[in-house]
Design a protein around this ligand. Structure first.
Ligand SMILES: Nc1ncnc2c1ncn2[C@@H]1O[C@H](COP(=O)(O)OP(=O)(O)OP(=O)(O)O)[C@@H](O)[C@H]1O
Ligand SMILES: [Mg+2]
Ligand SMILES: [Zn+2]
Length: 328
């Protein structure tokens, strides 16, 4: 008999670990403190603009803030939205009557903006505020931004706009100047690695420290990319090591880089040519090989002059093997 093995679809790590309260936001202390205290003091601005590089928490924070303003389990806005009341749940599933999440990438026309302005005059149905969360707001056409301008400047008292964008320079300066602007920073390698460790522990994923650092370096400051990559390397079904990460991201592995460095250090031209051939044949472009080497030599220089500054290293080669080369 054929046995059907039906498993539940798994939720991607970055979705599963989307922060639900401001306190859970990682690496954005300024945003966290300012928004928490705005709620505590009831200083709610008519318009917010969240800007910063991808995967740093803008959309998550916008949703948390909307829940904070409208959570029904409290008598007023709270920095700890319950997540279970009808308002919180409907915001989570994008079904809220009071919180309209608009993806500006697909609703960028002037008619969309006018419809939004019309809706803003309606009183909230269930919560305290009518909130317009305009994601990717740099995609709005100039015309539609102009249509929104007046409304953002003087919205009805129950309306809050939250604009999110990675490209603030494409948002009209007149709009930007009417918003409270929050800059979401790219997260440091250390912060990302630490968060990945917490997720790995919660998911009982076996992953070595060096692999976490490799993922954190590759993510370039974004947590979404980092979590996605962690999820991907765990599919290899073994304890995750740094080489898996580098292979998965198409980079040159530590083992290969070490072999090249050793061939150069020992003047072994023949070995160097052989290694280069193998690397190129395995699909690594000369440009990639050279830039990885450059990164490693930069790290070597750092290690020579500041032997303890391991947090400044950026290449796929880890501290101990690099240290061994500096003593050649
Ligand atoms: N500061 C953060 N704290 C905790 N988790 C984060 C943070 N930033 C990003 N994440 C993780 O990455 C996922 C995506 O984050 P989010 O959608 O908020 O990023 P974004 O800044 O809106 O990115 P984009 O510019 O690409 O739209 C979240 O579900 C969460 O798992
Ligand atoms: Mg976003
Ligand atoms: Zn709630």
């Amino acid at each position: 008999m054929i046995k059907l093995n039906i498993t539940m679809p798994t939720v991607a790590l970055h979705q599963k670990y989307r922060p639900k309260t401001l306190a859970k936001l990682v690496g954005q202390p300024y945003v966290q403190t300012a928004l928490t205290s705005a709620i505590a003091r009831m200083h709610i601005a008519p318009a917010y603009l969240f800007t910063g590089s991808w995967g740093t928490g803008k959309t998550s924070t916008a949703r948390i803030f909307a829940k904070s303003l409208n959570c029904l389990s409290f008598n007023g806005p709270t920095d700890e939205p319950c997540g279970t009341c009808q308002s919180c749940r409907s915001i989570e599933t994008s079904n809220s009557l009071d919180v309209s999440e608009i993806d500006a990438a697909s609703n960028n026309g002037v008619d969309d903006a006018r419809a939004l302005v019309e809706r803003s005059s309606l009183a909230p149905v269930q919560g305290r505020y009518r909130i317009f969360l305009i994601d990717e707001s740099h995609m709005l056409t100039q015309q539609s931004q102009n249509a929104l301008l007046k409304c953002i400047e003087e919205p009805p008292p129950h309306v809050v706009f939250i604009l999110c964008t990675t490209e603030v320079h494409k948002v009209l300066p007149t709009i930007v100047s009417r918003c409270q602007v929050f800059h979401f920073r790219a997260l440091s390698i250390q912060t990302i690695a630490q968060h990945l460790q917490e997720v790995a522990d919660a998911e009982t994923i076996a992953v070595e420290d060096e692999a976490l650092m490799a993922i954190a370096r590759f993510a370039e400051g974004g947590l979404r990319d980092a979590l996605q990559l962690l999820g991907q390397v765990t599919l290899l079904g073994e304890a995750v090591i740094a080489n898996h990460v580098v292979e998965m991201t198409g980079g040159v592995t530590e083992t290969d880089l070490m072999a090249v460095l050793n061939a150069i250090a020992t003047n072994d031209t023949f070995q160097l040519l052989k290694l280069s051939r193998t690397l190129v044949d395995s699909g690594k472009t000369p440009k990639l090989i050279l830039s990885s080497l450059l990164q490693t030599y930069r790290d070597l220089l750092i290690l020579k002059s500041a032997p303890k500054a391991s947090d400044l290293l950026t290449s796929p080669v880890n501290y101990n093997p690099l240290k061994a080369i500096t003593s050649h």
